[in-house]
Write a protein that binds this ligand. Structure first.
Ligand code: PLP
Length: 396
């Protein structure tokens, strides 16, 4: 069986040409030019570490954050860099005010690490955690809103809601969910790990109380770059995990809150500094800039998934409106047992070892029901999904 070719955009990435990489969703992939830029910042740091950390770095960081703020349409003083969404979510959960007996809400589609975090903090603080069981496949927004609505009570204070889910690759009707929760006076923490760079993100329009998103997934920034956006009225109690320098800078000014997060001790800040460069560089890769990238990736993912579904004579679980640039494809039941994070299921293993295809397999809601989740990024080609379909057919 022949392997498949990437699109011409592969020239901008260092991805292994011998692997059919259909999993941008898990950890993103950073273009070569941005890797070079990151090395440049690292060299700048090592050429004169003191001048770098004292003079250059704060300015570079602020400039990059400013570009990110513009990209997601928020005030630069209302966002801070964090290493990843997991850290951001933990940061919020550990700061969020509570009293014993409060209720928090999460859905059954929450990402494993964030589900563990909310379970941990709820248990530690004697908060009752309600899990809204959202079906999958889901037919319409009402099914999602009803499942969440059923778990709301007068004691519910905080909800952790995914914007785009991980194991089910689904765009939630996030604005409607936020409005529903707000109608009951519940604060909303959005896990937007996949959203920046996959969908046109309007955090202010969504009215999310707190929004955490990754730059290292669909924006293609270097690993370890993410952000937290916090509405002004919540800044008072959302504090950094690490109390450090700049905790007392501009105390009565607009930058007081974001300053507190800036210096979590000495480390390599180059991935944060690269975020602004990545936004600019990616924008130049496709006619229509970022909008063009999002449209391209959505179309490719949807076309690719439909092509596979037709070939295997199966139905896709979701309507197109729930899809960004990841699509779940139903597979025959897999093994019993539930592979943990980074454990490889037999289907994933055979696709990788026999056919050199990198694509994740998820068990949802639990084993043995399994799904393949394909991703589409500029470097992928339709031919690669044809190849995956061909390989899956040969496994039948
Ligand atoms: C929905 C969701 N939330 C959170 C995360 C965690 O992201 P990170 O590992 O960058 O913290 C992921 C990762 O795939 C995710 O899909």
């Amino acid at each position: 069986m022949k392997t498949s070719e990437y699109s011409k955009h592969i020239e901008y990435w260092t991805l292994d040409r011998n692997i059919t990489f259909l999993n941008h969703g898990s950890f993103g992939a950073t273009p070569l030019k941005i890797m070079a830029k990151q090395n440049y910042y690292r060299e700048l740091m090592e050429n004169e570490p003191v001048d770098f950390f004292v003079n250059k770095m704060p300015e570079l960081l602020n400039e990059s954050k400013g570009k990110l703020a513009k990209f997601i349409g928020v005030d630069n003083n209302d966002i801070v860099f964090v290493q990843n969404t997991t850290t951001g979510v933990n940061q919020i959960l550990t700061s969020f005010p509570y009293k014993s007996g409060d209720e928090w809400l999460v859905t059954s589609h929450a990402y494993g690490a964030c589900m563990n975090a909310i379970k941990h903090f709820a248990h530690r603080n004697n908060i009752v955690l309600k899990i809204a069981d959202i079906p999958f496949p889901v037919k319409n927004d009402e099914e999602i809103l009803n499942a969440i609505g059923q778990m709301i009570s007068s004691k519910t204070k905080l909800a952790l809601i995914d914007h785009i889910t991980s194991a089910t690759g689904m765009i939630f009707p996030i604005k409607e969910v936020i409005d529903l929760l707000h109608d009951h006076g519940i604060k909303v923490l959005v896990d937007g790990a996949h959203a920046p760079g996959m969908v046109d993100l309007d955090i202010i329009g969504l009215d999310a109380d707190i929004y955490v998103g990754n730059c290292h997934k669909w924006m293609c920034a270097p690993k370890g770059s993410a952000f937290m956006h916090v509405k002004k009225e919540f800044k008072e109690f959302i504090k950094p995990l690490v109390i450090s320098h700049f905790n007392d800078t501009d105390i009565n000014g607009d930058s007081y809150w974001s300053n507190q997060f800036m210096w979590d001790g000495t480390h390599d800040f180059s991935q944060y500094i690269c975020v602004g460069d990545t936004i600019q560089f990616m924008n130049s890769l496709q006619p229509g800039g970022w909008k063009g990238i999002m449209d391209h990736n959505h179309k490719l993912a949807w076309q690719g998934a439909n092509l596979i579904a037709q070939r295997l004579n199966i139905e896709l679980p979701l309507e197109e409106k729930f899809i960004g640039s990841m699509v779940n494809i139903p597979m025959p039941d897999g093994e019993e047992g539930f592979p943990k994070f980074n454990e490889t299921s037999p289907l994933k293993k055979v696709l990788f070892e026999k056919y050199k295809i990198e694509v994740p397999v998820f068990f949802f809601p639990s084993a043995p029901t399994q799904w393949l989740r394909i991703s589409a990024q500029l470097y992928n080609s339709l031919e690669q999904y044809e190849y995956l379909g061909e390989c899956l057919e040969s496994l039948k």
